[in-house]
Design a protein. Sequence first.
Length: 604
Amino acid sequence: MRTHVLNDRYRLDEPIGEGGMAVVYRGYDLLLGRPVAIKVLRGQFAADASFLRRFEREAQAAARLSHPNIVSVYDVGRDGAIHYIVMEFVPGKTLKQLILERAPIPLDDTIRIVRQVAAALDYAHQHGLVHRDIKPQNILVDERGFVKVTDFGIAKGISDVSLTEAGFGMGTVHYVSPEQARGEPATPASDIYSLGVVIYEMLTGRLPFEADSPIGLAMKHVHEPPPPPRQFAPSLPPAVEAIVLRALAKDPRQRFPTAGTLAHALAHWQHAALPATAPGRATSSRPVNTRHRGRASSPVRPANRPADIGCATWLLGSAILAGIVALVVLAFQLVDLRALTGSGDRPAPTPTSVAIVPSPTTEPNPTPTLAPSPTVAATPTPEPTPNLTPTPELARIPDLVNSTLRQAQAAAATGNFQLAIEEIYDNIVPAGTIVRQDPPAGQLAEKGSTIRVWVSKGPEWITLIGLAGRPYTEVLQQLQGLPVTVEKVEEGSRTVPEGYVIRTEPAEQVRNGGTVTVYVSIGDRVKVPDLYGKPYQQAAVELQRAGLVVRTVTPQSCEQIRQHIANFDCDQFPDGGVVSASLQWNSWVPRGSPIDIAYYEKQQ
């Protein structure tokens, strides 16, 4: 393939992966001098304007994720009809390659990988981003066993395409959640289901469902229970099998609440409480014999102990238990009888008491008539005190999440609610937008009560992605929309055209409210170094090194210098020091410009 360079900056080398949506190339950033991975969209998606808008929006959101287990997105760009994403290059293999080479993967290795994937998912979910396409092909493992998840927010979910759409591969449908297969939006629980399929494949070396078409495969996710993993990996602990099957529950509410809790359960499977049944089938792989042949099968018992002893013990215990129950019943009947006849030291019950009346078989006497107590007759029933506290007026809590603060205040005012506002950093939600609220939306609460809301201050750390090599006017417009201070510094460059950004400081991230220094090219120009007072021999060398041509070096006496610098101190100024130049110090001039310098020569 002919070497292709995108926007005169990103060189495309050999392809290292491909899917239904894009081809991924190993590449090289010629400006920053580093290897990168470049994802180039296929033509049918590049021609879809609505898809491109969503693609660019979600790629930019993914670029704002900063987590050690998530592949960094460096740049999103376009070169003619080619749309591409520049990402961190991770040397190593995909988890799919490792599964094909090594599966079943040992449980300890599986746990190490799953914990890192779960950490990435939890971080993204907390910032409102669902992956929607978790599969081993999107999980990278380097030589040290360090895991990075790619395609956050970029992968196209089931809810966005038809299962029969051209280019939509089986690779995604093998890991799709039931709700996505039904055409419903993906949620964090969908990612947990897909991770459960990945774990299943790692531990067994096979997928839970297979079919001849994406439709048939999706329907199996919706309707069929997965085969127990121990059917294919008998040495797998039952507790681990139960954890995997819970992650694969059809109902999202029955799965683990977060990816982190799934990873924690897997890492501590020895202490997990094994449920009687996993979703859809028994946890034990041993069949249960329900057929009676002559007499019921006996349970396992210690050797050298006849079954008759166990049976006799059971009969004796049953007889003792029945006797105890009879005594308890008799005792209650005696107590009730004494209460009814007024015998004993306790006073007769008042008419408002309820007594258990013995049946005629246990008490031959007729039911006695209770005489009213004098004290009861003399004490009238008190009238209920009227409740003077008015019933509070209730209203339903409005949904304030993703609203601006002004919109939230207006919505709260309709229910006469008060807002308690707290500002927090958030890497995804734009500044000034409500991140979360308490109480949640839809709950009934007393009018005038307080709703606590958390308002985004924007990201604590702002990622500076793809600024180098772009026009300064565009970069300035982008940075002015962020909570940072911009400082411009002009600098000559032989490679970056005039008016384009050479680099920024800091290069990759800046704290919210910090300062970004943008170095802007003024073309192939050099800066005249300030060499006043330096020995002229040293000055000539530095000027040549700066890209200037030193033409003449002239000595001057004290009198000659004072004609131009009246207060020149001939006694203190160093002999041989540079006093002037034909070009202004610290000015930018074309490379190769001639320069003349003069130095002070003391008279002997």
